[in-house]
Design a protein around this ligand. Structure first.
Ligand code: ADE
Length: 244
């Protein structure tokens, strides 16, 4: 899964015997890649769209694991443009049912964070390391994104494109006051993680940092998704599939 076409461009060409299925206003591409049965789909943007896509993927296609590749805004210290973040858990930065429930707690779930599948995330982390030392490295050098780092940690999702340093630091301050230190922000991951938890489907996610969630975010984001996001996704996912 990815949110946008630019995050997934090039992956479709890898599928052998691709078959197109329309459901819930989305196009699902089914096929084989490195001997694995694969379904590619775009979630669209935001938590509800991502939840609908995930539910459809599980209910109508019977997938037994889900991986997301895409971009995110870096908010953690030292999480810079071009770095990669493999999620170990997700939180919704816009979840607030206080005073009924603690700030950030998902009502009736008894938790604020949703963990990713450890085994699947370990493979994804390995695939990301392999991708960075392979073809993507040349690609990053060309774009002057020298020595990108790979991080693993918490990602915060919400229905907001964060495009101001002030908003980003408010988000971060609130989360840190509650004991959470996210590395990046995006708009889908926590929703996918929640649906996957409901259905007990293993989930892993990797996000390339396209911007620093500040006033330049929209400019950095647009250029990045067009130029970097797809080659990254392609490189990581082809290695990932061979490691399964
Ligand atoms: N995805 C990529 N950059 C983002 C940002 N700054 N805010 C939310 N989602 C993003």
């Amino acid at each position: 899964m990815s949110a946008l076409l630019d995050e997934q461009r090039g992956l479709l060409e890898q599928l052998s015997h691709p078959r197109r299925v329309q459901r819930a206003g989305r196009t699902f591409w089914c096929g084989q890649w490195y001997g694995q049965e694969v379904v590619l789909v775009l979630t669209k943007i935001g938590k509800v769209a991502a939840a609908t896509t995930t539910t459809t993927l599980i209910e109508a296609f019977g997938v037994d694991r889900i991986v997301f590749t895409g971009v995110a805004g870096g908010v953690g210290a030292g999480v810079n443009v071009g770095d990669l973040v493999v999620a170990d858990a997700f939180i919704q930065h816009d979840m607030d049912s206080s005073p009924l429930f603690a700030r950030y707690e998902i009502p009736l779930y008894g938790c604020s964070t949703l963990a990713c599948d450890v085994a699947l995330s370990t493979i994804l982390l390995e695939a990301t390391h392999a991708a960075l030392t392979g073809t993507t490295a040349h690609f990053f050098n060309e774009k002057n994104l020298v020595s990108p780092h790979i991080h693993q940690g918490l990602i915060a999702s919400g229905d907001q494109f964060v495009a101001s340093a002030e908003v980003a630091s408010q988000l971060l301050d609130g989360l840190q006051a509650a004991g959470f230190s996210p590395l990046a922000v995006e708009m889908e991951g926590a929703a996918i993680a929640q649906v996957c938890r409901d259905y007990k489907v293993p989930f892993a996610a990797v996000r390339t940092i396209s911007d620093r969630a500040d006033a330049h975010a929209h400019v950095d984001f647009s250029a990045f998704v067009q130029q970097v996001a797809s080659p990254c996704a392609l490189s990581i996912m082809s290695r990932f599939l061979q490691m399964l």
